[in-house]
Design a protein around this ligand. Structure first.
Ligand SMILES: *[C@@H]1O[C@H](CO)[C@@H](O)[C@H](O)[C@H]1NC(C)=O
Ligand SMILES: *[C@@H]1O[C@H](CO)[C@@H](O)[C@H](O)[C@H]1NC(C)=O
Ligand SMILES: *[C@@H]1O[C@H](CO)[C@@H](O)[C@H](O)[C@H]1NC(C)=O
Ligand SMILES: *[C@@H]1O[C@H](CO)[C@@H](O)[C@H](O)[C@H]1NC(C)=O
Ligand SMILES: *[C@@H]1O[C@H](CO)[C@@H](O)[C@H](O)[C@H]1NC(C)=O
Ligand SMILES: *[C@@H]1O[C@H](CO)[C@@H](O)[C@H](O)[C@H]1NC(C)=O
Ligand SMILES: *[C@@H]1O[C@H](CO)[C@@H](O)[C@H](O)[C@H]1NC(C)=O
Ligand SMILES: *[C@@H]1O[C@H](CO)[C@@H](O)[C@H](O)[C@H]1NC(C)=O
Ligand SMILES: *[C@@H]1O[C@H](CO)[C@@H](O)[C@H](O)[C@H]1NC(C)=O
Ligand SMILES: *[C@@H]1O[C@H](CO)[C@@H](O)[C@H](O)[C@H]1NC(C)=O
Ligand SMILES: *[C@@H]1O[C@H](CO)[C@@H](O)[C@H](O)[C@H]1NC(C)=O
Ligand SMILES: *[C@@H]1O[C@H](CO)[C@@H](O)[C@H](O)[C@H]1NC(C)=O
Length: 729
């Protein structure tokens, strides 16, 4: 995959700039999450060697012992391979080979990382129960021993090792580290129902999150936007099935995950220690079901299923029966079940219990629901069902815990974000860091962790060691629907909040040596930029700010169009298009596109890539042509703008784009043309759009217009001063 190859080159370039400060090797690097115990054992350090021996204890290599929720646990040997490939990605001059061996093998070796398993009674969760996620890391100048309570614990040990190497420029202080999570459930929920995310994006999210020791990725697979009276409002069910009985449930095959893709996601994430927890929503948020079978809707609200209608429960059972086979990888699934009509509490409880029994009987899986405390004195949901608390208006988590339910903390005042929510809305577009680091209690402040539900009243929170707190899952919602963000913008919304939540899940706030906000801020930029196995920032390695520059007439001997930046990204011309070895350029970037066109075409692509494309579109004010980005088939024109007319005597047109994580600005002939924005669905609130630059294909001749030609294309890292950009000849 080209992005990863390029990332490796990037770290090679990056290594130069990080060598300037000599690290302090007596104190632990600022790992995120912090480790539970660190003891320096001398003044020396382990240095990344040019040949690393990754030795897996022969007696443990095939062990898959795992007390988490996965049913497809990788072996210690599998995790060793992921580690070796990550190390090579981060340190491209090192080669790492995995082999089997034993502790005696180490006597005649140096430059090794030895992975072994051993029961360690100190590796316990906050509630005192044992965990296979604990590990001990013994680091000496000769090599590193990772001795873990289970294969996944060893994998987390390799994350700590790699983070330390990244943070201290390829060296790790001689030390003994003992570490394990305080909570088993450490997760992210992503609303893939109201926005389309390609499977590759979800895989990259796993790689990013696993760097911070996430254990569960809760994927919210069906939902709808607020229909506001429109029965045909956007509603999606994301698992594809060939069974014609469900054709009406999945009319948009292009926006579903096939069985193969979903299996691949589960396997890919498992290899990085993450279990996929799928959620199919009902009996609320179920417009996609009532669009398929309108007779199942409550007459009072088309997004709610009428549970007492005879066909409703059989239909929901048939959906689960139809999709359970792809759900091979986990012990738990979520049926959603939030925001139903509280006047129908007994119907609701019957529904949840019926589905719980059915799913247990069909697949031996346990269900989760969004936390609820239905106002019924007659019935309740069964105690074996896990409640995922999100809002005090829906339940009282401590009361649920005292009554015997296991509860996951997704309390919205700490852990909810809605992508692109404007400032006046209930939920922020990014987690409130001030609150996470110093707002656990309204009166006394303090760092939040998963046993804190109620900010206002500490007596309404269970104790740290309460075994009924499973952990916490941060939630990312797309209430504004499919066109308010691009997939990568969702990443920009959660990328800084997620490591903080995962860190709080790994280590209770009261532990000595807990990470501080200051330490987090010191480590985060480097850790964010180096999470292996993904390139969500769409970075491109470059020797200088100029990443690539093409003049179609400047051919190299091979017939390729030469990249004059010095990076060697020569492009292949084919059918009027330059095919570069690049894909997308993330923020910050500057693009220069210089064209000649005696007559402007009204539509047409100028640049394209895997995430976005860029070109011309009919102006929204009905006058001529404007500029537009397209992302996953949704066109985002530049509003209130028309390109100046060109002619045979004045055919030149020059477009400059400046992209940041928060905005995309366009300049035409060096004059500011506007920023790309979107009107949030159903409102007149305009929000800025951040598009990555498509740099895979560059149109040289536009087939739709006579004589439109590219003069020059250039892409820079960073924001260039528009008035100072100079053109090649
Ligand atoms: C790990 O290997 C050791 C030594 O071969 C063995 O005693 C132990 O049972 C193994 N543990 C697991 C979980 O495989
Ligand atoms: C457990 O922790 C105690 C206290 O730090 C230590 O003395 C003991 O050696 C540890 N046990 C193991 C098996 O690491
Ligand atoms: C791994 O740790 C366990 C528990 O402390 C210990 O019994 C075992 O000897 C250690 N294994 C190695 C190879 O150091
Ligand atoms: C739900 O279905 C039942 C049974 O068909 C019907 O009697 C009832 O009116 C429906 N309720 C609503 C609110 O649609
Ligand atoms: C349940 O019982 C309590 C106490 O008797 C009463 O106040 C409440 O109204 C009842 N709720 C329902 C839904 O019947
Ligand atoms: C973030 O949280 C702090 C502490 O609770 C609060 O004072 C502040 O208003 C919050 N900021 C936003 C933007 O909600
Ligand atoms: C990107 O541009 C923004 C806006 O000018 C700036 O605040 C930010 O620091 C830049 N980021 C980088 C990595 O240069
Ligand atoms: C030509 O115009 C058609 C229709 O507007 C458009 O779909 C197509 O992408 C354009 N082709 C190019 C190369 O711009
Ligand atoms: C999927 O197909 C539908 C119907 O043709 C289309 O409207 C939608 O934009 C497509 N989605 C994507 C992500 O391409
Ligand atoms: C249409 O766009 C052209 C080119 O930008 C401009 O000269 C002209 O004034 C615009 N006409 C109207 C009615 O906006
Ligand atoms: C981008 O927006 C986020 C909030 O959405 C803000 O925290 C950040 O400072 C902004 N960055 C720039 C460079 O404007
Ligand atoms: C966004 O999508 C919604 C739902 O498809 C649609 O109603 C709305 O008009 C779109 N908004 C914009 C600004 O394109």
């Amino acid at each position: 995959m080209i992005t990863l190859t390029l990332r490796s080159v990037l770290s090679l370039f990056a290594a130069k700039s990080v060598l300037d400060s000599a690290p302090d090797i007596s104190s632990p690097p600022n790992f995120v999450p912090a480790v539970h115990s660190f003891r320096a054992t001398g003044n020396n350090a382990f240095y990344v060697p040019s040949n690393l021996h990754v030795i897996v204890d022969t007696g443990n290599a095939s062990s898959t012992q795992d007390d988490g929720l996965t049913l497809i646990p990788p072996s210690l040997h599998d995790f060793a391979q992921t580690f070796a490939s990550d190390l090579q990605e981060l340190f491209p001059r090192t080669s790492a080979a995995v082999s089997l061996g034993s502790e005696t093998t180490l006597n005649r070796l140096s430059d090794y990382v030895f992975l072994t398993l051993g029961q360690n009674s100190n590796h316990t969760l906050a509630d005192g129960s044992s965990t296979t996620e604990g590990y001990e890391l013994q680091v000496t100048a000769r090599g590193v021993k990772v001795n873990a309570s289970g294969p996944k614990g060893a994998f987390w040990g390799t994350r700590t090792l790699l983070q330390g190497l990244v943070l201290t420029n390829g060296q790790f202080p001689a030390s003994v580290i003992n570490d394990q999570p305080d909570w088993r459930t450490r997760g992210l929920m992503l609303d893939v129902g109201r926005h389309w995310y390609p499977i590759d994006f979800l895989k990259e999210v796993c790689a990013y999150a696993s760097w911070f020791k996430m254990s569960e990725f809760h994927v919210h697979l069906s939902d709808n936007v607020n229909p506001r009276g429109h029965p045909d409002a956007y509603a999606r069910f994301r698992l594809w099935t060939d069974n014609p009985a469900f054709a009406g449930l999945v009319p948009f095959k292009n926006e579903t995950y096939s069985r193969t893709e979903f299996d691949d996601l589960q396997q890919t994430c498992a290899k990085r220690g993450i279990t996929i927890i799928p959620e199919i929503e009902s009996p609320g948020h179920a417009l996609v079901i009532t669009q398929w079978k309108p007779e199942l809707a409550l007459s009072t609200d088309i997004t709610l299923l009428n549970i007492t209608y005879p066909e409703t429960i059989p239909t929901v059972k048939s959906i689960w029966k139809g999709i359970i086979p792809p759900m091979v990888s986990q012990q738990y699934v979520s049926i959603g079940a939030d925001e139903y009509d509280s006047d129908l509490a007994d119907d609701y409880n019957l529904f949840v219990n019926t589905m719980s029994d059915f799913i247990a009987q069909e697949s031996s899986k346990t269900i989760r629901i969004w936390g609820t405390n239905e106002p019924s004195n007659k019935t309740s949901v069964d105690k074996n069902i896990i409640q995922q608390h999100w809002d005090f208006g829906q339940d009282d988590p401590f009361s649920l815990i005292r009554s015997g339910w296991e509860v996951i903390n997704s309390e919205d005042s700490f852990q909810y974000i809605v992508t692109k929510d404007p400032p006046t809305s209930a939920f922020p577009p990014q987690l409130n860091q001030t609150r996470l680091w110093d707002g656990a209690n309204v009166g006394t402040g303090g760092i939040w962790d998963p046993h804190v539900f109620d900010r206002g009243n500490a007596s309404n929170n269970p104790v740290l060691s309460d075994p009924r707190v499973a952990g916490a899952i941060m939630a990312v919602w797309n209430d504004h629907g499919p066109n308010a963000t691009t997939p990568l913008e969702a990443f920009y919304c959660f990328k800084e909040g997620l490591p903080v939540v995962l860190s709080a899940n790994w280590q209770a706030a009261s532990r000595p040596g807990h990470l501080t906000h200051e330490q987090f801020l010191a480590a985060y930029p480097k850790l964010e930029a180096n999470a292996p196995g993904q390139n969500l920032d769409r970075r491109i390695a470059s020797k200088s700010q100029l990443v690539a520059r093409y003049n179609p007439s400047s051919r190299a001997v091979s017939g390729a169009v030469k990249d004059t930046s010095g990076n060697g990204y020569d492009a292949q011309p084919r059918d009027g298009v330059l095919h570069t070895p690049l894909s997308s350029k993330g923020h910050n970037y500057t693009i220069l596109l210089s064209l000649r066109s005696p007559e402007l075409p009204v539509t047409g692509s100028l640049l394209s890539g895997p995430d976005t494309s860029f070109g011309l579109a009919a102006s929204s004010n009905g006058n001529g042509t404007t500029l537009a980005f397209t992302s996953y088939n949704i066109v985002y024109p530049l509003f209130n703008f028309s390109l100046p007319a060109t002619s045979s005597t004045s055919p030149e047109l020059e477009i400059i784009l400046l992209g940041t994580e928060n905005s995309t600005s366009a300049y035409v002939d060096r004059r500011y043309a506007g920023d790309f924005v979107i009107a949030l669905d159903g409102t007149t609130v305009f929000q800025p759009m951040a598009f990555v630059a498509p740099v895979q294909q560059i149109t040289v001749r536009n087939a739709n217009s006579t004589g439109m030609q590219l003069n020059e294309f250039a892409v820079w890292d960073g924001l260039q001063n528009v008035s100072e950009i100079s053109r090649m000849q």
